[in-house]
Each structure stands twice: as C-alpha cells, then as structure tokens.
Design a protein around this ligand. Sequence first.
Ligand code: FES
Length: 179
Amino acid sequence: MTEQKNPCCTGSNPGYAELDTYIDALKIDPRDPERKEMLIMTLHKAQSIFGYLPSEVQKYVANKFSIPHADVSGVISFYNYFHTTPKGKTNISICMGTACYVNGSDKILQDFEKALGIKSGGVTEDGRFSIESLRCVGACGLAPVVLINDHVYGKVKQGQAEKIIEQYLIEFGEEVEVQ
Ligand code: FES
C-alpha cells in the first residue's frame, strides 16, 4: 500500500523541522520505559510550536515514536493541558469541576459565551478570544474559577464576564463592542 503523505507533515511547515530537532535530541529507544515521559515532553514542545495538537501533528509524533496514533491521542485526552483545537490569543477556561459547578460555573460559562458570541470550544472570528471548559484545576477554595491564559480569577460571579473581557479588550488597545 502506498503511504499517503499529508502536506502538513512533509516538512513544508518549518515547525516540523524544529520538532524533528527536538525529537532527534531525545534519542528515543523503543525499549526505554521512560519513553512515555518523553512523549509528554514532546507533546508539550509540539503544542508550544504549533499552538495546539491537531490530528496531523499527533500522527507525526506517533510516527516518530513508532507507536499507534491512539496512544498519542490517549495521552492528549488524559491531560487538561493539551488541546486539539486552536485557541484565541486570550483563552478563557471555565472550570466545570464539582466545586465550581455547584457554585454556578455553568452560568458563568453562559455569560462568557453570550458576551463573546461563541460557544465553549470556539474562537472569535478575529482570533482574539476562545472559550473552553476544564475539569478541576485544583483551586477549589476559589470556586467558581476562571482561568484567562495564566491568570486565575476566583469566586467569579454571574454578570462579571463582560467586565473581565473589557480588561482584555483594553490590553488589545482597541475599542470592540461586547455583544
Ligand atoms: S472544581 Fe474548580 S477548581 Fe476544583
């Protein structure tokens, strides 16, 4: 059977050359029990290069590690940190873990969705904002918790979404009407 080459993985994207250099330096030994840790490190690296881990990148990494694609996607779905869809410049993550949920995080998620006109998992057309929901982020005492990029907002109340978004709009230096 002829191997189908995906244009994304043939080296036309310079990110793959950078990823190759990183993986080659790991000198992966197929019998090495530490290989899974190397896989996680490699996925971190790939995400920092490409911004997210689409199927093409996952397959590329699987091929480099000589493991099935399912092994790579299994690791990605296990860790909250990895994402398979592109994110906006400002990524808004709403915790939907139990403590946050019982404190109304579903309503807060709806507030952000309404303010930006996108659903969880989506990105605004201008690429500036994305919204996602997460499992417990380990800050239950601050429930409900919203993470915006690396910044943690605790005890977020309904009705605060627009105010929070406005702070980031100011950072962008543009007047954008919040819906
Ligand atoms: S449930 Fe949200 S931080 Fe733990």
